[in-house]
Design a protein around this ligand. Structure first.
Ligand SMILES: O=C(O)CCC(=O)C(=O)O
Ligand SMILES: [Fe+2]
Length: 268
């Protein structure tokens, strides 16, 4: 995030064609239609695993590929364990979720490096990253500074008192369910609405760095509901879609409802 502008521009994303690469500060909007306060770099798992060509990377990332790949492999192991435990708890065959998101098959899974800028001005404590649910299956989030908030279930994102702090704990990852899990389980596993704002107290004076491993289903995985519950929401027709088609459909519906991307209830 501290690289010179010309290097950042060389590796900038190309939305909507590609979300990979560098996302500049202020590229999306907050709920008040103001520019966001974070930068990010999206690194595709496919390139790291050799499933697809490696994307172009700036030197600090390229020079640390073994470390980055090892981190991603650890994340894959953790996600696999969580998937097995969740499937067992739901009385599904234990490989139900692992078989839908194999790390060696093409997918939209990314490692995202984020920097949310410090807010030294007390008068300007805007949201850094607008409220959203993650698109995929499971997110593993590592951060050391506060600022992440989770919306209490059933509450409105516009109600400031409905947001709870997710305080980072040493040695722990924050685990988030994504929309694909909600879809497969008919709403039993719930993707949580979250956002990044300024940390409480003096922590707002430091930049917040985080590493998010955002696991997504394999592109060809079926989005068929695996559990039919009274909570099941969404289109029954989605049962016939692959994960790739389902993600494109969701992105298009979102863009139509909201022509300026990610200004409301974004999904990332
Ligand atoms: O930086 C954070 O703490 C959260 C990042 C996040 O929610 C995301 O990248 O989807
Ligand atoms: Fe997120």
């Amino acid at each position: 995030m501290n690289l010179p502008d010309n290097i950042k521009e060389q590796h900038q994303n190309d939305i909507p064609r590609s979300f990979l690469g560098f996302k500049p500060l202020g590229q999306t909007k907050t709920e008040n239609d103001e520019p966001d306060r974070y930068e990010a770099f999206n690194l595709a798992q496919d390139g790291l695993m050799g499933t697809a060509p490696l994307q172009s990377l700036p030197p600090p990332l390229y020079n640390h590929l073994p470390l980055i790949t090892s981190y991603v492999k650890h994340c894959q192991e953790i996600v696999a364990i969580l998937n097995i435990v969740l499937a067992k708890q739901l009385n599904l065959p234990e490989d139900t979720f692992t078989s839908l998101q194999s790390p060696t098959k093409l997918s939209g899974t990314v490692l995202r490096l984020l920097k949310s800028y410090a807010g030294p001005e007390a008068a300007d404590l805007r949201t850094s990253l607008i409220h959203h649910t993650d698109f995929g299956t499971i997110t593993l989030l590592a951060n050391t500074v506060g600022g992440l908030q989770i919306l209490r279930r059933g509450e409105s994102p516009l109600d400031e008192s409905a947001w709870a702090w997710a305080r980072p704990q040493p040695g722990c990852l924050i685990v988030n369910m994504g929309d694909a899990m909600t879809r497969w389980t008919g709403g039993i596993l719930h993707s949580s609405m979250h956002r990044v704002t300024h940390a409480p107290g003096s922590q707002r004076l430091v930049d917040k760095y985080s590493i998010a491993y955002l696991a997504r289903p394999s592109r060809n995985a079926s989005m068929k509901r695996l559990l039919n519950t009274h909570e099941a929401s969404g289109d029954k027709g989605d049962d016939n879609l692959t994960a790739w088609e389902w993600e494109v459909k969701k992105a298009m519906l979102m863009a139509r409802a909201n022509p300026s991307p990610q200004t409301k209830d974004a999904k990332v």
